[in-house]
Design a protein around this ligand. Structure first.
Ligand SMILES: Nc1ncnc2c1ncn2[C@@H]1O[C@H](COP(=O)(O)OP(=O)(O)OP(=O)(O)O)[C@@H](O)[C@H]1O
Ligand SMILES: [Mg+2]
Length: 413
């Protein structure tokens, strides 16, 4: 049987070389007993291929069972596929044959095979390799002669690297791979499919079929069709039912392809970034990192001070006014000693050696002192020695600034 008559028999529309090749491989592999893995995006038309293979095999008079692995709950899938013995789990009142037993001499199509739980994948690998399986709750090997065809729209190599799919099972299933092309790689088929779906809909509903203007055809062919043929079919039917005018122009069509323009936008712009932008961005990043480092150092200092003192007092507030203000994003009033409810803030220390990074913090605070000195000098310089304004700029109280000037001996020269 040639490819054209197969298309006719299975109502496959399209003439692209990629589609013809997929059909050709299916016909070639059909008479063998090899496992076949059908891949392709969602909606490309994978489901008809196992039927072609089964119908052109010597098993065509045997049963053909299509199992949607993604639709069966994880708890029952083993029992569905391999059967179970009476009493093997709650609710197993009778023993039951699974699909692998029922389809003996025929074909099983495992659709959405990547959805199989790992434990079921082990059982499947075993039946593929030995032709034997065990019912749930039994220890008896049962022989079966089933041809397995699987399909998936997920990236199996990704599933393997994520540990969701067994590599050995993949190789076993993928003995003969058949790839079904995306609709966007079959541009020449888009209008053919549209016309077929429009005519089918019109016949079913006894109304004239819709037609596209030339410009609309051009748009239809250039669309990305992320949902492939399923999406094209849905849109054709939507337009057929909604539009009263049977001639569909580009403007009407575009209303049904809402993301058409968005798709034309470049996702990745690969032009070289100009040096100035790069430098500015790098500077900004450095500044953010520097500020973050300062905040972390300040916080470490604050925590250490609280842990050492065991209470939060005025000094702590004063010494850390900048970070406290930053944390609360507003002016924090300096707390008077008497206002502090000491008990609530007491830090319970069981052992001194609980503070493990003291050394590191001291080291950090030393460098912080240098930075602090530098900033105080800069602020004083900027405000011509006026402490009030320098303190404001630094975000500390005038009193603290005065103390720090004395502490660092900054007023000596
Ligand atoms: N070449 C084609 N000619 C006509 N109709 C097609 C063709 N290919 C697919 N279709 C139709 O498109 C729809 C989607 O096809 P199908 O269900 O086989 O997709 P799929 O590849 O199995 O997608 P998924 O991975 O989401 O299950 C079906 O209604 C099918 O009849
Ligand atoms: Mg499918």
């Amino acid at each position: 049987m040639n490819v054209q008559s197969i298309k006719q028999r299975f109502s496959i529309i399209g003439n692209s070389a990629l589609l013809n090749r997929a059909i050709d491989i299916a016909v070639q592999v059909a008479p063998t007993d090899l496992s076949v893995l059908i891949t392709g995006e969602s909606g490309v038309g994978k489901e008809v291929f196992p039927q072609i293979i089964h119908n052109f095999s010597s098993r065509k008079h045997g049963s053909y069972i299509a199992v949607n692995c993604g639709a069966i709950p994880e708890g029952t899938i083993d029992s569905e596929l391999f059967g179970h013995e009476k009493g093997s789990f709650t609710g197993a009142y009778e023993s039951r044959k699974g699909y692998f037993e029922v389809a003996n001499g025929g074909t099983i199509f495992l659709d959405e095979v990547a959805e199989l739980p790992l434990s079921t994948q082990v059982r499947l690998l075993r039946v593929l390799e030995t032709g034997e399986f065990i019912r749930v709750g039994s220890s008896k090997n049962i022989k079966t002669n089933v041809r397995v065809i699987a399909a998936t729209n997920v990236d199996i190599s990704k599933a393997i690297s994520q540990g969701k799919f067994r590599e050995d099972l993949f190789y076993r299933l993928n003995t003969v791979p058949i790839y079904i092309p995306n609709l966007r790689d079959r541009k020449e088929d888009v209008h053919l499919l549209f016309r077929k779906f429009a005519i089918d809909f019109a016949e079913r509903n006894r109304m004239p079929a819709i037609n596209l203007t030339e410009e609309a055809v051009r748009i239809l062919m250039n669309y990305r069709w992320p949902g492939n043929i399923r999406q094209l079919k849905n849109i054709t039917e939507q337009i057929s039912v909604i539009e009263t005018n049977r001639v569909i122009d580009d403007k009407i069509l575009l209303m049904y392809l809402p993301d058409f323009y968005e798709e034309k936008l470049p996702a990745l712009y690969d032009a070289p970034i100009d040096q100035k932008t790069f430098n500015n961005e790098r500077e900004l990043l450095y500044k953010i990192l520097f500020d973050m480092k300062n905040d972390v150092t300040d916080l470490k200092k604050l925590v250490l001070e609280i842990m050492k003192k065991g209470v939060v007092d005025t000094d702590i507030h004063e010494n850390n006014a900048r970070i406290i203000q930053k944390l609360y994003q507003k002016d924090v009033p300096i707390v008077q000693k008497d206002d502090i409810p000491k008990r609530n803030f007491e830090v319970i220390r069981e052992q001194d050696d609980d503070i493990q990074d003291t050394e590191e913090i001291i080291e950090e605070s030393l460098s912080l002192e240098e930075k602090e000195k530098e900033y105080i000098m800069k602020a004083l310089d900027k405000h011509a020695g006026k402490r009030k304004y320098a303190a404001q700029e630094l975000g500390i109280s005038e009193r603290t600034l005065y103390r720090k000037i004395k502490e660092y001996g900054l007023n000596e020269d």
